[in-house]
Ligand binder design. Structure first.
Ligand SMILES: CC(C)(COP(=O)(O)OP(=O)(O)OC[C@H]1O[C@@H](n2cnc3c(N)ncnc32)[C@H](O)[C@@H]1OP(=O)(O)O)[C@@H](O)C(=O)NCCC(=O)NCCS
Length: 194
């Protein structure tokens, strides 16, 4: 059973929808897959079914908004993305748990489209001013995707990631509302707000 039809933010090829507890086994598989967790803050976490189910808390953890990424064509669940550390006073947030878990769907633009939809929601619905993301220096594919979305390098945490005896920097990327290009919301909301 999947949450078919709940399409919160709709793009050309994918949409973002609320997480559904029935998808928990798929998330458990993804978050325990080295080809996914090595790029997230999950390498050293043992994510079992109890912790996995906590990801699907309803209402969601305060200060977080998490979404599944699904194909428009047939609602196939392919990944996840979300906003964490939402700070309504300073109007900023971080991207968190961004991944295309179904690896056959990577490198086809789906992740970038999902991130763009999330930025659109963050800037134009949540009224955020700044959205940042941490990206390990060895994650060139994610860096490319973030650059395509308009993220710029804001700095780096030096040697913030230690794996296999090697130290890697964690790059800090960010994008401001005024820099965000392309907004399906603006086009769609014009019809409702006219
Ligand atoms: C990062 C991620 C969400 C991006 O989504 P995606 O759908 O794969 O991204 P896209 O296809 O839009 O773009 C990826 C780009 O990286 C390029 N790329 C792929 N492998 C690369 C590599 N090793 N080095 C540099 N660029 C690479 C692709 O060619 C593509 O660029 P192009 O559009 O110019 O051809 C997805 O790849 C993923 O889930 N990765 C594993 C988890 C992860 O890294 N999460 C981010 C944590 S910060």
């Amino acid at each position: 059973m999947t949450m078919i039809g709940a399409r919160k933010i709709i793009g050309n090829r994918v949409h973002l929808c609320p997480l559904d507890i029935s998808d928990s086994p798929i998330y458990l598989k993804w978050l325990n897959d080295i080809d996914t967790y090595i790029y997230l803050d999950a390498s050293s976490l043992l994510i079992n079914s109890e912790i996995g189910n906590n990801l699907f808390q309803n209402p969601p953890i305060n200060g977080e908004q998490m979404f599944s990424i699904r194909l428009n064509s047939d609602d196939t669940l392919i990944g996840n993305c979300g906003l964490i550390k939402i700070d309504n006073i300073n109007r900023k947030a971080e991207l968190g748990r961004v991944f295309i878990g179904e690896k056959d769907y990577r490198n086809q633009g789906y992740g970038t489209e999902g991130i763009m939809l999330l930025l659109d929601y963050g800037f134009n619905i949540l009224n955020l001013n700044s959205i940042s993301v941490l990206c390990c220096s060895y994650n060139n594919r994610a860096a490319k995707s973030y650059a395509k979305c308009g993220f710029k390098t804001a700095g780096c945490f030096r040697q913030a990631k230690i794996i296999n005896g090697e130290k890697y920097d964690e790059n800090i990327l960010d994008i401001l509302a005024e820099e965000f290009l392309g907004s399906p919301y603006k086009a769609r909301l014009n019809g409702f707000l006219a």
